[in-house]
Write a protein that binds this ligand. Sequence first.
Ligand code: FAD
Length: 392
Amino acid sequence: AAPRVVVVGGGFGGVAAARALARGGITVTLIEPATAYATCPSSNAVIAGLRPLSSITFGYDGVRRAGVTVIHDTVTAIDPAARRVRLADGGSLAYDRLVVSTGIGLRFDAIPGYDEAAAATIPHAWKAGAQTALLARQIEAMDDGGLVALTVPALPYRCPPGPYERASLIAHLLKTRKPRSKVIVLDAKDSFSKQPLFQAAWTALYPDHLEWVPLAQGGAVEAVDAAARTLRTGAGVFRPAVINVIPPQTAPALCLAAGLTNASRWCPVDPVTFESTLQPGIHVIGDAAIAGAMPKSAFAAYSQAQVCARGVTDLLEGRTPPDPRLINVCYSLAAPDYGFSIAGVYQPEWDRLVTVPGSDGLSPDDAPPEVRAREAKLGRSWYDGMTRQLFG
Ligand code: FAD
């Protein structure tokens, strides 16, 4: 019988893997609970009122047209020994190889007072959709003069520059529409991705509208009181008008239960095929995987999906997968017309992925406005091209 591959999760990694496998003639079933997927990339622009949520939300018709069987359901358990996944509707599905791209789990046990119930009024907006809309509404409804507080966890987490892009775009909204207001970033770190580029932009654009409090100055959040709507950090107690807590993260519960995670709570994988080093026959890609030097990004998930699909196909057909090269480029916006990027190429070295020497690049520190505007435009083209490729 033709081998069957099941892909769990219809986000960047899962859709990219399913489409690549189908292109290679493999029979593939994708399991994703949502009938529409809202992308985290560009969700910061939605929060800042720059585009509607509908413009970053995609259905699965294009994925079906590409030859993938899509089932809208949740995988409740994986049985690696029997090579089956169990579904919430009670059924189960057999696989020869399984690809898991389920993104992140949010640690609702990590910050006292910030649990799932608290997230209903104090959004994380670190999974796009209803949470994105909630945060956008709260900022929109805030009176001029209000404080927006955003808490950032220690690494590793999904999209290392994402919190700083979010703070920038919120500051842009405040500066243009609520000029007596301010956004404060309460950080559990002392340094962050693209820091010189962000800080130069903040000095130029938002001297009165954005403040960053690093770990060393008491930035790490210690507790949240959802009823009183207060935050406690080493720097004191804050009573912001709008609070956005980005909690620490983990691989999702499904991965933990299936024995795919190590002590770090993320999934170790072979860097050539993304096959789990703990559960043979199961491949993990995207944010849930430990991908060495690669950041947890949509572009990285996409690159990993191509390599994983090739690896799965080769293994099913009895070939040795080639040594891969993977790419990542992450664009960030400091304002709608002010963008910059970080890029890298990665290759396996022993049991992990490392940066190919000399391949990493960062936008220049002192570029003129035209260059920043061009990068903002390039970022939008990247987004349009990527979402068209996956969902078109
Ligand atoms: P996801 O895209 O989250 O997909 C996981 C899918 O799995 C979800 O659809 C979920 O419903 C499904 N799922 C989960 N559990 C189950 C289950 N048990 N059964 C079935 N399905 C399940 N990256 C970039 O490259 N560029 C950017 O500009 C960028 N901006 C970002 C901005 C923000 C604010 C954030 C938060 C992230 C950003 N990212 C960006 C990162 C990017 O969103 C993630 O890295 C990417 O989505 C990871 O893909 P994934 O496939 O691992 O997970």
